[in-house]
Design a protein around this ligand. Sequence first.
Ligand SMILES: NC(=O)c1ccc[n+]([C@@H]2O[C@H](COP(=O)([O-])OP(=O)(O)OC[C@H]3O[C@@H](n4cnc5c(N)ncnc54)[C@H](OP(=O)(O)O)[C@@H]3O)[C@@H](O)[C@H]2O)c1
Length: 102
Amino acid sequence: MPITVLVTGGTGFISGWTIVELLKRGYTVRTTIRSLGKASWVRTQISTQVDPGDRLSFAVADLTNDDGWDTARRGLRLCASCRRPGWRRCAARPQRPDHPNA
Ligand SMILES: NC(=O)c1ccc[n+]([C@@H]2O[C@H](COP(=O)([O-])OP(=O)(O)OC[C@H]3O[C@@H](n4cnc5c(N)ncnc54)[C@H](OP(=O)(O)O)[C@@H]3O)[C@@H](O)[C@H]2O)c1
């Protein structure tokens, strides 16, 4: 049975490439997003690099409060945190026009 890794901030640049690499290496990924409406965009972006099949799932959680994290991390032992509160968006990287936050 594949190991599942929790990746925070699924819509992000670093998290996106982390998800791609984990899927390529055979892991299953659960990623947090702040709104379920962003899930299809994330899946579409990931699918341009690797077929996630049924190995990519989503959980809603915001790092500024505790809601959703118990569900997001349930049954998991590994977490890749790609968002740290206090860090700011990387100014040198322009926002993609099709990004859900654009
Ligand atoms: N890219 C680089 O070269 C680089 C270099 C050094 C450091 N960093 C730092 O690494 C972090 C990730 O970089 P990135 O380029 O991947 O940033 P990014 O594309 O802006 O992604 C940030 C991610 O964090 C999520 N997020 C923001 N606030 C959140 C909150 N309160 N709770 C949960 N998720 C939250 C965003 O979700 P939403 O879609 O919901 O907003 C988004 O998925 C950033 O903090 C950045 O400053 C980046």
